[in-house]
Write a protein that binds this ligand. Structure first.
Ligand SMILES: [Zn+2]
Length: 120
């Protein structure tokens, strides 16, 4: 009788462990990134946050250049991102790959060269 009770306890523990593993295979990829058991691929939240920081940095650089152009009647264009006033050096590189933002003086546009950030 006593060993029968112990065996039931072991089966219950195994069932709980299997259920936890099944739940974790669906939930953990959403928090840590990777491919879920249902086949969907998720980016880690910290990676998505860095993507947003990259977009925000590029927006700030563009706004600073637009403000320089609007405030200076003799504005001739920016030849380098170092010419943009009031920007921290950390704001001039991608937070994901630390690549410096590229400035095209011909089109007067700034963009990120990090893979996946070309459209920002
Ligand atoms: Zn970037």
């Amino acid at each position: 009788m006593r060993s029968r009770t112990r065996a039931m306890g072991l089966i219950e523990v195994l069932v709980v462990c299997v259920l936890l593993i099944c739940i974790a295979s669906f939930v953990l990829p959403r928090y840590l990134g990777g491919k879920s058991a249902d086949g969907k691929t998720y980016k880690a939240p910290i990676s998505m946050a860095k993507d947003v920081v990259c977009q925000t940095n590029l927006g700030t650089v563009r706004q600073s250049i637009a403000a320089m152009a609007a405030g200076d009647p003799d504005y001739q264009g920016v030849y380098s991102l170092r010419d943009v006033r009031g920007l921290d050096s950390a704001m001039l590189k991608c937070p994901v790959g630390s690549e410096a933002y590229q400035w095209d003086s011909g089109s007067q546009k700034v963009h990120c060269v990090h893979s996946g950030h070309e459209a920002y």
